[in-house]
Design a binder for this molecule. Structure first.
Ligand code: PXG
Length: 464
């Protein structure tokens, strides 16, 4: 078989890309001026670009390639499924084997009585499903007034109208008239950035109690659900204080609201457990999954729903669904991905080898003069850049100035590390080996040195 590497020269690809391809979350004119880096192939934890550079992927694509790149088994399953049944829908009293098998497998893996999967094409779509689902659930129980969904500032739940409304990203709300009605936000449990003089434990409890206060303010008869990520990913890897989730669980148990845990990033091994909610010992009514469900090889997402919720919803026709709900090729690939995760004990590798190795090197990055804090859980890690370590001060320059320089220094050192404001984050493929974790840290340190030098040179080391 010929490899798909026989492409146009990089400059021509960049020109066509700039002329015709609008990119997500990208300043198009800025991209056109500099040209995109074009990724042509990948293997394991490594990417190659159109100029032949080898890059260590610290982000598992976009927090999703959990089993690593280049697993031929997934390609073979996809090809077999395309030959056998490339498409059929799951509407109108029909089903097919891959969707059935995947739903049953997810019921086995998901904690407690989360036994029912509603399939979507992405995490955003699954969260849109969740909005309609929880409102319909309460309406079916004779409480149509319970419509409000409480979410968190700086949470991320997708980019559709519903997903972006659930998310707490102000720059997203500013475009397109969001949030949609009946979605409200409470503060995030970001102790390093917002904890002030409080202890982490005290702060975590206080931030959780904002949920209780918001329910009281709105009235329990108006609140349908609370949604949150176990660890906020796109918000900059915000790992909540240990006191946070138990308090959230207490409030959800005492109040008549549903708990939706968005596992799009934390699911399928990222924290060392199948689901991040298991790490924190909470039992959701609904979980959102996508990304690691197929290791990103094909688009697929799902809402996994408890017996209690499914029973209520099932008593009526739920007027909702996507052409690609349970797409046979996507479902077959997801199943194969789950088989590999389990049979190769990849979660065991995360827990006993990769996560401790990452935690060690990541903590050492905390010694860098530009780094204010580091944190990690499983194979997700974040650090805060600061001009003044002692005071945990943010930069005087607009948030993201230092982060962007650092991301570019990482890229120049053949490491993909993402920036969120002035936080740097990594979430490598779960199969990463200790030697590559060392390499990741070595390149990150070099990038931090270069960022430090650039900030000094440009007079950007002033604290706010
Ligand atoms: N929930 C969570 C927790 C996510 O992280 C979504 C929902 C939406 O999934 P889809 O498949 O619709 O994208 C996400 C997606 C970033 C970045 O730059 C993060 C995501 C997507 C794109 C970029 O950190 N997360």
């Amino acid at each position: 078989m010929t490899a798909i590497t026989n492409h146009l020269p990089t400059a021509e690809l960049q020109a066509l890309d700039a002329a015709h391809h609008l990119h997500p979350f990208t300043h198009a004119a800025g991209l056109a001026a500099r040209g995109a880096r074009i990724i042509t192939r990948a293997e394991g934890v490594r990417l190659w670009d159109s100029d032949g550079n080898e890059i260590l992927d610290g982000m598992a694509g976009l927090w999703c390639v959990n089993i690593g790149y280049g697993r031929a088994e997934l390609a073979e399953v996809a090809a077999r499924q395309m030959r056998e049944l490339p498409f059929y829908n799951t509407f109108f009293q029909t089903s097919h084997v891959p969707a059935i098998a995947l739903a049953a497998r997810l019921a086995e893996l998901a904690p407690g009585d989360l036994n029912h999967a509603f399939f979507a094409g992405s995490g955003s779509e699954a969260n849109d499903t969740n909005i309609r689902l929880v409102r319909h659930y309460w309406a079916r129980l004779g409480k149509p007034g319970k419509r409000v969904i409480i979410s968190r500032r700086n949470g991320y739940h997708g980019s559709t109208m519903g997903g972006a409304s659930l998310g707490g990203m102000t720059p997203m709300h500013e475009q397109g008239g969001l949030p949609i009605p009946d979605i409200v936000h409470i503060d995030q449990p970001y102790w390093y950035g917002e904890g002030g003089a409080q202890s982490a434990e005290e702060f975590g409890r206080d931030r959780a109690r904002q949920l209780e206060q918001m329910i009281d303010r709105l009235g329990e008869d108006r609140v349908a659900a609370f949604i949150a990520e176990p660890v906020q990913g796109a918000g900059g890897v915000i790992i909540p204080p240990e006191s946070y989730w138990p308090e959230i669980a207490r409030i959800c148990a005492e109040r008549e609201i549903l708990l939706i845990v968005d596992e799009v990033i934390c699911g399928f091994g990222r924290t060392g457990q199948w689901f991040g909610s298991q790490h924190y010992g909470v039992q959701p009514d609904i979980i959102t999954v996508a990304k690691g469900l197929s290791s990103g090889y094909v688009p697929i997402g799902a809402s996994i729903i408890s017996d209690r919720v499914a029973e209520v919803i099932g008593g009526d026709e739920f007027n909702h669904g996507y052409t690609y709900s349970g797409h046979p090729v996507a479902a077959a690939v997801a199943l194969e991905n789950l088989r590999i995760l389990e049979e190769e004990n990849i979660l065991g590798h995360v827990r006993s080898t990769a996560a401790p190795a990452l935690a060690r090197v990541w903590e050492r990055l905390g010694d860098h003069p530009l780094v204010g804090e580091t944190c990690s859980l499983g194979l997700i890690a974040g650090l805060a850049l600061t001009p003044d370590k002692a005071r945990r001060a943010p930069f005087a320059a607009p948030s993201g100035t230092a982060g962007l320089i650092c991301r570019e220094r990482c890229f120049a050192n053949n490491l993909v590390m993402r920036h969120v404001g002035d936080r740097m984050v990594v979430a490598p493929p779960l199969v990463i080996r200790p030697a590559d974790i060392d390499l990741l840290a070595e390149r990150a340190w070099r990038a931090l040195d270069e960022t430090h030098a650039a900030l000094r040179e440009q007079g950007l080391m002033a604290a706010a």
